[in-house]
Each structure stands twice: as C-alpha cells, then as structure tokens.
Design a protein around this ligand. Structure first.
Ligand SMILES: C[S@@+](CC[C@H](N)C(=O)[O-])C[C@H]1O[C@@H](n2cnc3c(N)ncnc32)[C@H](O)[C@@H]1O
Length: 361
C-alpha cells in the first residue's frame, strides 16, 4: 500500500475480487478489439526466431486480458506461423494481485497460452509512468481501462472525493495533471515500442463538457463517507485526505498531444473512436426490476475497483493494518448498496479508444 497520500497505489481489490466484478471494463475494452487486430496487420514483426513482444499495460488480475491477448496472438500467428515465440508481458503496479493473474493464466479454460507452447508470459510490477520494458522492444501494446488513473493527487478536493465535482483552480490542477500524465504515458510507450509497433488504448470516457456516467455514484459514495465520519468509522482528517486519482477522459484530451500534425514524439495517431457502453446490470434491472441485485452488482464493481485506493488514506492502513482496509470496504460497500437500491440509476458510460503506431525508421 502506498505510504505517500498524494500517490495512492490505485491497485484493485485483491484475492481475485477484481476478476469477479469487472464486467464493465471487460465489455468496454472489447470495443477496441477490432482496432487491435487491424493495427497488428501493419506491424513489422522483425527477424524470425526472435520473440514477438506484446505488452499489456495495467493488466490487473488478468481475466480481462485473456480476450485481447488471444486476439493479438491469433493476428500474429496468422502472419508469423505457429513456431514464432510470442512473449506476453503483463504490467501493473507492484501492489497488484499478480498471484491471481498467474492463477488465471494457469487454470482458465480461456487462457491464451493453452495449447500453444510458443507463448510465454511474464509480469512486471512497475508504474507505467516509468519505463516498463527496454527501448524498441515492444511490437504490440494494449492498455485497457488503466490510463485514466493519474500518477498523483494534484490537489485535495474540498467536500468531495471525485475531481469532476471540483471547480476553479482545483479543477484546473486536476486537468493539468491528467494532461501531463497522458503525455508521460505516451512518451514512455514511444520509447518502448519498436519502429512500426502499435499501441491500442481504451479508457472510460467523458463527454466533451467533462461529464461522465460515474458522477452520480461518486455523489452517493461521498454522502456515505460523510455518514462514516459522523459515526466515527473514519476520522475527519482521513476523509479530508481522500481523493480518487481517476480522470475519465474526453476524446479531446486524448488527441490533444497529436493536435498539431497527427504525431506526438515518434507516435502517429492512427485512429480514435468513442463508443457508448450500455450498463448490462441496468438492462437486467429493466427486465426484472430487482433493485437489490442491481445495487449488489454496482456496489461490488465499486468495491473491487475503488475501495483499496480510498482505504489507503486511512491511518491504520498506512501503518500496515490490512484488516482495516477490509473493514472499511465492508462498511462503505454495504452503505453504498443501500443507497443504490433506494435510488437505482444506470451507468451507461462512454469508452474512448485511441490507436497509435510508432513511426517506421
Ligand atoms: C480498472 S483496472 C483495468 C484492468 C484490466 N486492464 C481490464 O481491462 O480490466 C486498472 C488497472 O490499472 C492499474 N494501474 C493504475 N495506475 C497504474 C500505473 N501507474 N502503472 C501500472 N498500472 C496502473 C491498476 O493497478 C489496475 O490494475
């Protein structure tokens, strides 16, 4: 768990919890799969005998990486044949639950290496706001639902935990952080990609006015946290420190570095797309009117993705007490579930997709 409150770890809830409750990212990122397949068709695969390298930036616990890695491997195999070694490098932060990732790779019937002895997997526990792989080594990059996590909290958000509810200079500081981090993410990938290599990124999106599907849920979380302060479950100081370092991106934010001539450093913008992701939990609710079931799905998604980061602001968690993190997640999730069941709302959200390629030499 990160000890620096301005740099919370952003890791997902462990013991495979994220794998169980991450339908939204899985379906959202699937919109990017045709882009991945097309982009690989143009990548120079280099000398036979040397491995083709795929990097998966922000893999989390691996379940949602299986489908994209399968698409990438099939596209490479179609061009390079069955004997070409393929190395899949899953990257996430050091605090990530890599045990669950390796368990999925080993046991899932959908594992991409099943029946293919020439596919090798490894994991790299390092922030993607640093160099993760050697220069000019990556043929194919994939990053799903990860690059919206900013590297640090640029300013506390008065009265809220979600930056979209901030205004004025605070909001401007968050916008600047988001823009800097996006350029930094791209710069590191520009170094790592081989000439002609491709990178396909998807993130939860915001409308061009900055609004996203998630503000309503964050308001409910915020209200629940206020109740937790009142009942003494967390302290005023802990609450004040809390901020969620995620920034749903507008299309304009993502293409901004390429604005001048379609190129940022050595990266060329090949395409971008915005898709509407319908909330499958809501669609089930429209049929069965089961508010409890909807609330459970939304609250467990929230828990798996966001509670470890919020818990990382608690004194006991920062002192190394993991049980305090679980107790916090239990308490917040049950309150949030009650609130969602009392006023159900959909989470139809936008997905932003960006495809880039490194200039060929
Ligand atoms: C919502 S999960 C997405 C996981 C998976 N790619 C998917 O599509 O479901 C976001 C992941 O990004 C990781 N992440 C956030 N910031 C990161 C950073 N700076 N470096 C590496 N991984 C990061 C988190 O730890 C988390 O596992």
């Amino acid at each position: 768990m990160a000890k620096d409150a301005a740099r919370p770890s952003a890791a997902m809830e462990g013991r495979g919890s994220y794998n169980k409750h991450s339908l939204i990212p899985s379906v959202g990122a699937a919109f990017a799969l045709p882009h991945l397949e097309r982009a690989i068709a143009d990548v120079p695969l280099g000398p036979t005998g040397q491995p083709v390298v795929i990097a998966d930036y922000g893999s989390s616990q691996g379940r949602n990486s299986l489908a994209p890695m399968r698409v990438a491997i099939d596209a490479i195999r179609a061009r390079a044949g069955a004997d070409r070694p393929i190395l899949v490098c899953h990257n996430d932060q050091p605090a990530n639950d890599f045990n669950s990732l390796f368990e999925v790779l080993d046991t899932s019937p959908d594992s991409y290496s099943r029946g293919d002895p020439n596919v090798y997997s490894c994991a790299i526990g390092r922030s993607f706001y640093e160099n993760v792989l050697p220069p000019n080594s990556v043929h194919v990059g994939w990053s799903a639902y990860a690059a919206m996590w900013v590297s640090r909290i640029p300013a506390p958000i008065p009265g809220h935990v979600f930056f979209a509810r901030s205004t004025g200079q605070i909001r401007a500081a968050w916008e600047r952080q988001g823009a800097e981090d996006w350029e930094s993410f791209l710069s590191f990938r520009a170094r790592e990609l081989r000439p002609g290599g491709c990178l396909v990124i998807s993130v939860p999106g915001a409308e061009e006015d900055g609004a996203s599907a998630f503000e309503g849920m964050w308001d409910q979380v915020n209200a629940e946290l206020a109740g937790m302060v009142d009942e003494g479950a967390i302290t005023v100081d802990e609450r004040r420190r809390m901020a969620m370092n995620v920034w749903p991106r507008r299309r304009a934010d993502l293409v901004a570095p390429f604005e001048r001539d379609g190129q940022f450093q050595s990266l060329i913008l090949k395409g971008s797309e915005t898709r509407l992701l319908r909330d499958m939990a809501w669609e089930a609710y429209e049929i069965d009117a089961d508010a409890e079931s909807l609330a459970m799905k939304h609250a467990m998604f929230f828990r798996a993705v966001f509670t470890p980061t919020l818990a990382s602001f608690l004194d006991r968690v920062r002192a190394g007490d993991a049980s305090a993190s679980v107790a916090f997640a239990d308490r917040l999730t049950s309150g949030l579930k009650r609130r969602i069941a009392a006023s159900p709302a959909h989470l139809h959200s936008l997905v932003q997709i960006v495809v880039v390629a490194k200039a060929k030499e």
